[in-house]
Design a protein around this ligand. Structure first.
Ligand SMILES: Cc1ncc(COP(=O)(O)O)c(C=O)c1O
Length: 435
Protein backbone atom coordinates (compact mmCIF):
# COMPACT_ATOMS: atom_id res chain seq x y z
CA UNK A 1 0.00 0.00 0.00
CA UNK A 2 1.52 3.26 -1.09
CA UNK A 3 1.54 5.98 1.57
CA UNK A 4 1.01 9.64 0.74
CA UNK A 5 1.71 12.98 2.40
CA UNK A 6 2.16 12.67 6.16
CA UNK A 7 1.11 8.99 6.27
CA UNK A 8 3.81 6.79 7.80
CA UNK A 9 4.37 3.85 10.10
CA UNK A 10 4.90 5.28 13.59
CA UNK A 11 6.94 4.11 16.56
CA UNK A 12 4.11 1.74 17.62
CA UNK A 13 4.23 0.10 14.20
CA UNK A 14 0.86 1.62 13.32
CA UNK A 15 -0.17 3.78 10.39
CA UNK A 16 -0.25 7.40 11.44
CA UNK A 17 -1.63 10.29 9.40
CA UNK A 18 -0.97 13.92 10.25
CA UNK A 19 0.94 12.68 13.27
CA UNK A 20 -2.13 10.85 14.65
CA UNK A 21 -2.18 7.09 15.20
CA UNK A 22 -4.98 5.54 13.13
CA UNK A 23 -5.68 2.91 15.82
CA UNK A 24 -6.44 5.79 18.20
CA UNK A 25 -8.52 7.56 15.54
CA UNK A 26 -10.61 4.43 15.05
CA UNK A 27 -11.15 4.14 18.83
CA UNK A 28 -12.10 7.77 19.29
CA UNK A 29 -14.29 8.36 16.23
CA UNK A 30 -15.40 4.78 15.48
CA UNK A 31 -15.29 3.16 12.06
CA UNK A 32 -15.88 3.59 9.22
CA UNK A 33 -14.02 6.88 9.38
CA UNK A 34 -12.84 9.24 6.67
CA UNK A 35 -9.45 10.72 7.56
CA UNK A 36 -8.21 13.74 5.58
CA UNK A 37 -4.53 14.70 5.61
CA UNK A 38 -4.84 18.50 5.82
CA UNK A 39 -1.16 19.17 5.25
CA UNK A 40 -1.20 17.12 2.04
CA UNK A 41 -4.18 19.10 0.74
CA UNK A 42 -2.39 22.36 1.56
CA UNK A 43 0.96 21.42 0.04
CA UNK A 44 -0.74 20.09 -3.10
CA UNK A 45 -2.58 23.39 -3.54
CA UNK A 46 0.68 25.31 -3.02
CA UNK A 47 2.43 23.22 -5.68
CA UNK A 48 -0.42 23.75 -8.12
CA UNK A 49 -0.46 27.51 -7.57
CA UNK A 50 3.29 27.69 -8.08
CA UNK A 51 3.15 25.71 -11.35
CA UNK A 52 0.04 27.26 -12.83
CA UNK A 53 1.40 30.72 -13.62
CA UNK A 54 2.08 32.61 -16.81
CA UNK A 55 3.58 35.96 -17.68
CA UNK A 56 1.33 36.19 -20.78
CA UNK A 57 -2.09 35.83 -19.13
CA UNK A 58 -3.73 35.59 -15.72
CA UNK A 59 -4.39 32.19 -14.14
CA UNK A 60 -6.89 30.97 -11.62
CA UNK A 61 -7.52 27.63 -9.93
CA UNK A 62 -11.00 26.74 -8.70
CA UNK A 63 -11.41 23.69 -6.48
CA UNK A 64 -14.13 21.35 -7.79
CA UNK A 65 -16.30 20.90 -4.71
CA UNK A 66 -17.99 17.80 -6.09
CA UNK A 67 -14.87 15.82 -5.14
CA UNK A 68 -15.26 16.60 -1.44
CA UNK A 69 -17.08 19.53 0.15
CA UNK A 70 -18.02 20.44 3.68
CA UNK A 71 -18.17 23.88 5.29
CA UNK A 72 -14.71 23.26 6.78
CA UNK A 73 -13.29 22.28 3.40
CA UNK A 74 -14.79 25.44 1.87
CA UNK A 75 -13.00 27.46 4.57
CA UNK A 76 -9.71 25.73 3.79
CA UNK A 77 -10.16 26.40 0.06
CA UNK A 78 -10.82 30.05 0.86
CA UNK A 79 -7.77 30.27 3.13
CA UNK A 80 -5.58 28.79 0.39
CA UNK A 81 -6.81 31.47 -2.04
CA UNK A 82 -8.57 29.23 -4.57
CA UNK A 83 -11.90 29.80 -6.24
CA UNK A 84 -14.66 27.20 -5.89
CA UNK A 85 -16.67 25.31 -8.47
CA UNK A 86 -20.13 24.11 -7.39
CA UNK A 87 -22.66 22.00 -9.28
CA UNK A 88 -25.83 22.26 -7.25
CA UNK A 89 -27.83 24.47 -4.94
CA UNK A 90 -26.60 22.23 -2.10
CA UNK A 91 -22.93 22.81 -2.84
CA UNK A 92 -23.61 26.52 -3.31
CA UNK A 93 -25.44 26.65 0.03
CA UNK A 94 -22.55 24.86 1.75
CA UNK A 95 -20.10 27.45 0.40
CA UNK A 96 -22.44 30.31 1.32
CA UNK A 97 -22.92 29.07 4.90
CA UNK A 98 -19.15 28.65 5.23
CA UNK A 99 -18.79 32.34 4.37
CA UNK A 100 -16.93 31.55 1.14
CA UNK A 101 -16.72 34.74 -0.98
CA UNK A 102 -19.45 34.38 -3.57
CA UNK A 103 -17.51 36.41 -6.13
CA UNK A 104 -15.07 33.45 -6.28
CA UNK A 105 -17.71 30.81 -7.06
CA UNK A 106 -18.45 29.22 -10.47
CA UNK A 107 -21.55 27.15 -11.03
CA UNK A 108 -21.93 24.13 -13.31
CA UNK A 109 -24.60 21.59 -14.10
CA UNK A 110 -26.39 20.25 -17.16
CA UNK A 111 -29.82 20.86 -15.63
CA UNK A 112 -29.60 23.62 -13.08
CA UNK A 113 -33.07 24.25 -11.74
CA UNK A 114 -34.70 27.67 -11.88
CA UNK A 115 -34.32 27.90 -8.08
CA UNK A 116 -30.62 27.06 -8.26
CA UNK A 117 -30.05 29.69 -10.93
CA UNK A 118 -31.99 32.26 -8.89
CA UNK A 119 -29.88 31.43 -5.86
CA UNK A 120 -26.68 31.86 -7.90
CA UNK A 121 -27.81 35.25 -9.23
CA UNK A 122 -29.01 36.39 -5.77
CA UNK A 123 -25.75 35.39 -4.10
CA UNK A 124 -23.83 37.25 -6.82
CA UNK A 125 -21.55 34.38 -7.83
CA UNK A 126 -18.63 35.01 -10.17
CA UNK A 127 -19.78 32.93 -13.12
CA UNK A 128 -22.50 30.58 -14.23
CA UNK A 129 -21.27 28.05 -16.77
CA UNK A 130 -24.06 27.70 -19.34
CA UNK A 131 -24.38 24.06 -20.30
CA UNK A 132 -27.11 24.17 -22.95
CA UNK A 133 -29.37 26.50 -24.87
CA UNK A 134 -32.39 26.16 -22.55
CA UNK A 135 -30.42 27.71 -19.74
CA UNK A 136 -29.83 30.99 -21.56
CA UNK A 137 -33.46 32.04 -21.41
CA UNK A 138 -33.81 31.01 -17.78
CA UNK A 139 -30.83 33.11 -16.64
CA UNK A 140 -31.96 36.08 -18.73
CA UNK A 141 -35.44 35.91 -17.20
CA UNK A 142 -34.04 35.80 -13.67
CA UNK A 143 -31.65 38.69 -14.35
CA UNK A 144 -34.42 40.75 -15.92
CA UNK A 145 -36.65 40.23 -12.87
CA UNK A 146 -33.84 41.12 -10.49
CA UNK A 147 -32.35 43.94 -12.57
CA UNK A 148 -28.97 42.20 -12.66
CA UNK A 149 -26.39 41.19 -15.23
CA UNK A 150 -24.72 37.79 -14.77
CA UNK A 151 -21.27 36.80 -15.96
CA UNK A 152 -21.39 33.51 -17.87
CA UNK A 153 -19.13 31.05 -19.65
CA UNK A 154 -20.34 28.54 -22.23
CA UNK A 155 -19.38 24.92 -21.63
CA UNK A 156 -18.21 23.54 -24.91
CA UNK A 157 -17.43 19.98 -25.79
CA UNK A 158 -14.35 19.78 -28.00
CA UNK A 159 -15.09 16.14 -28.89
CA UNK A 160 -11.93 14.77 -27.27
CA UNK A 161 -12.24 11.12 -26.26
CA UNK A 162 -9.90 10.89 -23.29
CA UNK A 163 -8.86 7.40 -22.19
CA UNK A 164 -10.76 6.96 -18.97
CA UNK A 165 -13.80 5.05 -17.72
CA UNK A 166 -16.92 5.87 -19.77
CA UNK A 167 -18.80 7.03 -16.62
CA UNK A 168 -16.23 9.74 -15.93
CA UNK A 169 -15.70 10.75 -19.54
CA UNK A 170 -17.46 14.03 -20.29
CA UNK A 171 -16.47 14.81 -23.84
CA UNK A 172 -17.15 13.14 -27.15
CA UNK A 173 -19.92 13.60 -29.69
CA UNK A 174 -22.65 12.08 -27.49
CA UNK A 175 -21.90 13.65 -24.11
CA UNK A 176 -24.71 14.93 -21.88
CA UNK A 177 -22.54 17.92 -20.95
CA UNK A 178 -21.97 21.12 -22.85
CA UNK A 179 -22.50 22.28 -26.40
CA UNK A 180 -20.44 20.59 -29.06
CA UNK A 181 -17.82 22.72 -30.80
CA UNK A 182 -19.11 21.06 -33.95
CA UNK A 183 -22.73 22.11 -33.44
CA UNK A 184 -23.76 24.23 -36.41
CA UNK A 185 -25.49 26.97 -34.42
CA UNK A 186 -22.75 27.54 -31.82
CA UNK A 187 -21.87 30.86 -33.47
CA UNK A 188 -25.49 31.99 -33.10
CA UNK A 189 -25.52 30.94 -29.45
CA UNK A 190 -22.34 32.93 -28.78
CA UNK A 191 -23.76 35.96 -30.60
CA UNK A 192 -26.99 35.75 -28.67
CA UNK A 193 -25.23 35.60 -25.29
CA UNK A 194 -22.72 38.25 -26.27
CA UNK A 195 -25.51 40.64 -27.28
CA UNK A 196 -27.71 39.95 -24.26
CA UNK A 197 -28.36 42.90 -22.00
CA UNK A 198 -28.56 40.51 -19.03
CA UNK A 199 -25.54 38.33 -19.67
CA UNK A 200 -21.87 39.20 -19.58
CA UNK A 201 -20.18 36.70 -21.93
CA UNK A 202 -16.78 35.88 -20.44
CA UNK A 203 -15.62 32.88 -22.48
CA UNK A 204 -15.54 29.12 -22.72
CA UNK A 205 -15.27 26.21 -20.37
CA UNK A 206 -14.50 22.59 -21.09
CA UNK A 207 -13.95 19.48 -18.98
CA UNK A 208 -13.06 16.40 -20.96
CA UNK A 209 -13.26 13.82 -18.19
CA UNK A 210 -11.75 12.66 -14.96
CA UNK A 211 -8.79 10.53 -13.86
CA UNK A 212 -6.89 11.31 -17.09
CA UNK A 213 -3.24 10.22 -17.11
CA UNK A 214 -2.15 11.38 -20.55
CA UNK A 215 -1.82 15.15 -20.57
CA UNK A 216 -1.87 15.10 -24.36
CA UNK A 217 -5.68 14.99 -24.18
CA UNK A 218 -5.72 18.40 -22.49
CA UNK A 219 -3.43 19.66 -25.23
CA UNK A 220 -5.77 18.29 -27.94
CA UNK A 221 -8.68 20.08 -26.26
CA UNK A 222 -6.73 23.36 -26.03
CA UNK A 223 -5.88 23.11 -29.69
CA UNK A 224 -9.54 22.78 -30.67
CA UNK A 225 -10.54 25.65 -28.41
CA UNK A 226 -7.88 27.99 -29.75
CA UNK A 227 -8.85 27.21 -33.35
CA UNK A 228 -12.39 28.17 -32.41
CA UNK A 229 -11.31 31.34 -30.57
CA UNK A 230 -9.41 32.37 -33.68
CA UNK A 231 -12.48 31.85 -35.84
CA UNK A 232 -14.63 33.76 -33.38
CA UNK A 233 -12.24 36.68 -33.34
CA UNK A 234 -11.86 36.81 -37.12
CA UNK A 235 -15.50 36.29 -38.06
CA UNK A 236 -17.39 37.95 -35.20
CA UNK A 237 -14.75 40.20 -33.69
CA UNK A 238 -15.32 38.60 -30.26
CA UNK A 239 -12.34 38.18 -27.93
CA UNK A 240 -13.09 36.08 -24.88
CA UNK A 241 -11.81 36.93 -21.42
CA UNK A 242 -11.60 33.41 -19.97
CA UNK A 243 -10.74 29.89 -21.05
CA UNK A 244 -11.45 27.29 -18.38
CA UNK A 245 -9.93 23.85 -18.97
CA UNK A 246 -11.83 22.09 -16.15
CA UNK A 247 -10.24 19.37 -14.02
CA UNK A 248 -9.63 15.68 -14.53
CA UNK A 249 -5.94 15.25 -13.61
CA UNK A 250 -5.31 11.60 -12.74
CA UNK A 251 -4.03 10.37 -9.38
CA UNK A 252 -2.48 7.14 -8.08
CA UNK A 253 -4.98 4.57 -6.77
CA UNK A 254 -3.22 1.24 -7.18
CA UNK A 255 0.02 -0.39 -8.33
CA UNK A 256 0.55 0.30 -12.00
CA UNK A 257 -0.92 3.83 -11.88
CA UNK A 258 1.77 6.25 -12.88
CA UNK A 259 0.41 9.77 -12.95
CA UNK A 260 2.77 12.57 -13.91
CA UNK A 261 3.36 14.94 -10.99
CA UNK A 262 0.57 17.52 -11.10
CA UNK A 263 3.06 20.40 -11.30
CA UNK A 264 4.43 18.94 -14.56
CA UNK A 265 0.98 18.56 -16.08
CA UNK A 266 0.04 22.13 -15.16
CA UNK A 267 3.32 23.51 -16.51
CA UNK A 268 2.70 21.67 -19.78
CA UNK A 269 -0.77 23.20 -20.04
CA UNK A 270 0.67 26.67 -19.41
CA UNK A 271 3.48 26.19 -21.94
CA UNK A 272 1.10 24.92 -24.57
CA UNK A 273 -1.43 27.68 -23.96
CA UNK A 274 1.35 30.26 -24.26
CA UNK A 275 2.38 28.68 -27.57
CA UNK A 276 -1.24 28.77 -28.78
CA UNK A 277 -1.53 32.40 -27.71
CA UNK A 278 1.64 33.28 -29.64
CA UNK A 279 0.37 31.41 -32.71
CA UNK A 280 -3.17 32.82 -32.78
CA UNK A 281 -2.66 36.16 -30.96
CA UNK A 282 -6.10 35.89 -29.38
CA UNK A 283 -5.43 38.28 -26.51
CA UNK A 284 -7.54 36.40 -23.99
CA UNK A 285 -7.00 37.37 -20.35
CA UNK A 286 -7.31 34.37 -18.05
CA UNK A 287 -6.73 30.62 -18.07
CA UNK A 288 -8.65 28.70 -15.41
CA UNK A 289 -8.67 25.10 -14.23
CA UNK A 290 -10.91 23.36 -11.71
CA UNK A 291 -9.27 20.26 -10.25
CA UNK A 292 -10.99 18.18 -7.58
CA UNK A 293 -9.53 14.67 -7.30
CA UNK A 294 -5.92 15.84 -7.70
CA UNK A 295 -6.33 18.14 -4.67
CA UNK A 296 -8.05 15.76 -2.23
CA UNK A 297 -7.85 12.22 -3.66
CA UNK A 298 -4.59 11.00 -2.10
CA UNK A 299 -5.26 13.02 1.06
CA UNK A 300 -8.15 10.75 2.09
CA UNK A 301 -7.93 7.38 3.85
CA UNK A 302 -10.94 5.40 5.08
CA UNK A 303 -10.60 3.27 8.19
CA UNK A 304 -12.81 0.22 8.70
CA UNK A 305 -13.01 -2.56 11.28
CA UNK A 306 -12.75 -6.12 10.00
CA UNK A 307 -15.83 -8.03 11.16
CA UNK A 308 -15.38 -11.38 9.45
CA UNK A 309 -13.29 -13.42 7.05
CA UNK A 310 -14.83 -15.99 4.75
CA UNK A 311 -13.30 -18.49 2.38
CA UNK A 312 -15.85 -19.72 -0.16
CA UNK A 313 -15.98 -23.22 -1.59
CA UNK A 314 -15.19 -21.55 -4.90
CA UNK A 315 -11.83 -20.47 -3.50
CA UNK A 316 -12.49 -16.78 -2.96
CA UNK A 317 -11.44 -15.17 0.29
CA UNK A 318 -13.52 -12.27 1.60
CA UNK A 319 -12.57 -9.76 4.25
CA UNK A 320 -15.76 -8.15 5.54
CA UNK A 321 -15.64 -4.57 6.81
CA UNK A 322 -18.15 -2.40 8.66
CA UNK A 323 -18.85 -0.01 5.77
CA UNK A 324 -19.12 -0.51 2.04
CA UNK A 325 -20.85 1.02 -0.95
CA UNK A 326 -22.65 3.46 1.37
CA UNK A 327 -19.35 5.22 2.13
CA UNK A 328 -17.54 4.36 -1.11
CA UNK A 329 -19.62 3.48 -4.14
CA UNK A 330 -16.86 3.96 -6.69
CA UNK A 331 -15.94 0.27 -7.01
CA UNK A 332 -19.57 -0.75 -7.50
CA UNK A 333 -20.28 2.19 -9.80
CA UNK A 334 -17.31 2.14 -12.12
CA UNK A 335 -14.95 -0.64 -11.13
CA UNK A 336 -12.59 1.68 -9.28
CA UNK A 337 -9.53 -0.01 -7.80
CA UNK A 338 -7.86 0.66 -4.47
CA UNK A 339 -5.05 -0.46 -2.20
CA UNK A 340 -5.58 -1.49 1.41
CA UNK A 341 -3.55 -2.43 4.44
CA UNK A 342 -4.05 -3.51 8.04
CA UNK A 343 -2.94 -0.45 9.98
CA UNK A 344 -0.85 -2.28 12.62
CA UNK A 345 0.64 -4.83 10.21
CA UNK A 346 1.95 -2.63 7.42
CA UNK A 347 5.49 -3.87 7.97
CA UNK A 348 4.34 -7.42 7.23
CA UNK A 349 4.22 -8.66 3.65
CA UNK A 350 0.85 -8.26 1.92
CA UNK A 351 0.55 -11.76 0.50
CA UNK A 352 -3.04 -12.74 1.11
CA UNK A 353 -5.17 -12.39 -2.03
CA UNK A 354 -8.55 -11.13 -0.86
CA UNK A 355 -11.76 -9.38 -1.83
CA UNK A 356 -12.69 -6.60 0.56
CA UNK A 357 -16.48 -6.56 0.83
CA UNK A 358 -18.85 -4.25 2.63
CA UNK A 359 -21.78 -5.12 4.88
CA UNK A 360 -24.61 -3.95 2.64
CA UNK A 361 -27.23 -6.23 1.14
CA UNK A 362 -25.89 -6.25 -2.41
CA UNK A 363 -23.53 -8.74 -4.01
CA UNK A 364 -22.01 -5.75 -5.77
CA UNK A 365 -21.10 -4.17 -2.43
CA UNK A 366 -17.39 -4.64 -2.91
CA UNK A 367 -14.64 -2.18 -2.04
CA UNK A 368 -11.69 -4.07 -3.53
CA UNK A 369 -12.35 -6.86 -6.02
CA UNK A 370 -8.92 -8.40 -5.86
CA UNK A 371 -6.11 -7.11 -3.70
CA UNK A 372 -3.17 -8.15 -1.63
CA UNK A 373 -3.43 -7.74 2.13
CA UNK A 374 -1.54 -8.72 5.26
CA UNK A 375 -3.22 -11.57 7.12
CA UNK A 376 -6.44 -10.02 8.40
CA UNK A 377 -8.14 -10.99 11.65
CA UNK A 378 -11.47 -10.01 13.14
CA UNK A 379 -11.10 -6.69 14.94
CA UNK A 380 -8.25 -5.42 12.76
CA UNK A 381 -8.43 -1.86 11.46
CA UNK A 382 -8.21 -1.86 7.67
CA UNK A 383 -7.23 1.29 5.79
CA UNK A 384 -8.14 2.02 2.17
CA UNK A 385 -6.08 4.83 0.68
CA UNK A 386 -6.94 7.52 -1.90
CA UNK A 387 -10.54 7.85 -0.75
CA UNK A 388 -10.45 11.65 -0.45
CA UNK A 389 -12.38 12.30 -3.66
CA UNK A 390 -15.89 11.17 -4.62
CA UNK A 391 -16.37 8.91 -1.58
CA UNK A 392 -17.83 11.09 1.17
CA UNK A 393 -19.65 13.20 -1.44
CA UNK A 394 -21.20 10.09 -3.02
CA UNK A 395 -22.08 8.45 0.32
CA UNK A 396 -25.62 7.34 1.02
CA UNK A 397 -27.85 5.96 3.73
CA UNK A 398 -28.65 2.81 1.76
CA UNK A 399 -29.67 0.03 4.16
CA UNK A 400 -30.11 2.92 6.62
CA UNK A 401 -26.37 2.93 7.15
CA UNK A 402 -25.25 5.94 9.15
CA UNK A 403 -22.69 8.12 7.43
CA UNK A 404 -19.22 8.04 9.01
CA UNK A 405 -17.48 11.02 10.56
CA UNK A 406 -14.86 12.97 8.62
CA UNK A 407 -11.79 14.13 10.53
CA UNK A 408 -8.99 16.40 9.35
CA UNK A 409 -5.63 15.51 10.85
CA UNK A 410 -2.60 17.77 11.08
CA UNK A 411 0.35 18.24 13.46
CA UNK A 412 -0.76 15.49 15.80
CA UNK A 413 -4.35 16.74 16.15
CA UNK A 414 -7.63 15.45 14.74
CA UNK A 415 -10.47 17.89 14.08
CA UNK A 416 -14.00 16.82 13.25
CA UNK A 417 -15.15 18.17 9.88
CA UNK A 418 -18.37 16.15 9.83
CA UNK A 419 -19.88 14.41 12.85
CA UNK A 420 -20.77 10.74 12.62
CA UNK A 421 -24.48 10.42 12.00
CA UNK A 422 -26.78 8.94 14.61
CA UNK A 423 -29.94 6.89 14.37
CA UNK A 424 -31.89 10.09 14.98
CA UNK A 425 -30.26 11.69 11.93
CA UNK A 426 -31.67 8.86 9.86
CA UNK A 427 -35.25 9.43 10.93
CA UNK A 428 -35.10 13.22 11.25
CA UNK A 429 -37.32 13.85 8.24
CA UNK A 430 -39.51 10.78 8.59
CA UNK A 431 -43.15 11.24 9.54
CA UNK A 432 -45.34 8.58 11.10
CA UNK A 433 -48.48 9.35 9.14
CA UNK A 434 -51.99 8.16 9.83
CA UNK A 435 -52.39 4.63 8.51
C1 LIG B 1 -17.11 20.44 -14.85
C2 LIG B 1 -16.17 19.73 -13.99
N1 LIG B 1 -15.11 20.39 -13.51
C3 LIG B 1 -14.22 19.79 -12.68
C4 LIG B 1 -14.38 18.46 -12.32
C5 LIG B 1 -13.36 17.86 -11.40
O1 LIG B 1 -12.73 16.77 -11.96
P1 LIG B 1 -11.55 16.04 -11.17
O2 LIG B 1 -12.06 15.76 -9.80
O3 LIG B 1 -11.31 14.81 -11.94
O4 LIG B 1 -10.40 16.97 -11.17
C6 LIG B 1 -15.45 17.74 -12.82
C7 LIG B 1 -15.62 16.32 -12.47
O5 LIG B 1 -16.44 15.60 -12.92
C8 LIG B 1 -16.40 18.39 -13.67
O6 LIG B 1 -17.45 17.74 -14.16
Amino acid sequence: MKLFGTSKINENGNLSIGGVDTVELAKEFKTPLYVMDQELIETTIDKMKEAFKSSRFGTQIAYAGKAFLTTGMAKLVEKKGLELDVVSGGELYTAYKAGFPMNRVHMHGNNKTYEELEMAVDYGIKEIVIDNEDEIEKIEKICKEKGKKQAVLIRIDPGIEAHTHSYIKTSGLTSKFGISLFQANLFDIVKRINNSQYLDFRGFHTHIGSQIFQSVFFIFALEEIFKYLDKLKKELGIVVHTVNMGGGFGVYYKEGDDPKPIEEVLKEIITYTEAMEIKYQIGFSELNIEPGRSIVGNAGTTLYTVGGIKETVGGKKYVFVDGGMSDNIRTALYQAEYEAGIVNKLEEKAEDEVTVAGKLCESGDILIQKGKLQKAEVGDILAITTTGAYCYTMSSNYNRMIKPAVVFVKDGKAKVAVKRETGDDLIRNDEIFEL
